[in-house]
Design a protein. Sequence first.
Length: 410
Amino acid sequence: MTTFLAFMLAGVAASTAAQPGGQSTSPAQASSGSCTPEHAAMGHCTLSTPTQPTPAPAGSSTCTTEHAAMGHCTLPTPAPQPEPVPPPSSAVCLPEHEAMGHCKPPTPALQPPPAAPVSDSTCPPEHAALGHCTPSSPPPPQPGATDPHAGHAMNPVAGPEIQPGPPPAEALNGPKHAADAFWGSEGMQRGRNILREEHGGLPVHRFLVDRAETRVRDGDDGYLLDVQAWYGGDINKLWLKSELEGGWGKKPEHAEVQALWSRAIGPWFDLQAGVRFDPQPGPNRTHLVLGVQGLAPYWWEVEGAVFLSNKGDVTARAEAEYDLRITQRLILQPRGEVDLSLQDVPELAVGSGLTNASLGLRLRYQISPLVAPYMGVEYERAFGDTRRFLRVDGEDPGGLNLLAGIRFWL
């Protein structure tokens, strides 16, 4: 132990003698390049102060954007670039290049105003209307000369209107039906007949009982039957009409049957001609018939006829009726009838002038398009000599009738 202490003291003395000027330095204060962070932390030595990096000179070409952001260097200031000079105006400057500022289109030169067209005596009106020329002004009237167009409306016109000419002659030289040359006229005519029949010429028929009614008037009850039927196409028809009137339990007072040929004279009316036969008590009569039947304005169904009998008697009749739809099934029908005679016919109790007139109102309910019962009232009256003939025969010349009947068709 004594020996160890002696060696320690000898080492310290030797270390002190080695210091220059005889000054001793603490190990904690000595700075050495071999001082490690562990010894510095225990106070055995002091780490040397790190040398600060020298900043890169300004404007160095090696200064990057990352170093400049950390303050290590300064990016060089770019030299100012001169403004681009627009290219000179060019005639080939396109619109898309002009929109990007690459060029400017040339400024159009001012054009002189167009000169007025020279007056030309051969300038037609159609060229003058387009501005191609100016018609020459008429010469001023000579003193004392009269204007032949004075008082005329001299409105300017655009020229004569071109009228279409007739078709060329060769257009009408071909056959009437070109298909006949390939299929034969007989076979094609049969096809044309079928086509005409199926598209407007198809024959149809109808049987209508317009009035089948009983009449009640002061105990003198009676009946009336009005029947019509026709067969044919749109233009030509065979028309049959019949009326029967009388009292219950008595002989018919009036009966007639008509057979008529009906020809369409327009979209609304037919011309009818034929014969009429009256198989009534007393002297029979046969008549020639000429009349019209159709649809008048405001949807009035009208009928008129003139009759010439085999005895030379001339009579006439006119009827009119209208269907007023209250509902789709309930229909109110006003109806009127007038009879005329050109002369007296005492054997038939018919006087000249206005012989009979009736005015009725019927309300029918349409069970189906085929069947419709009805009820109504009608007033009828005889006039003139006809009224006198009926009174002589003991018959009532007129009155009010209550009606009940049915209307149907097949």
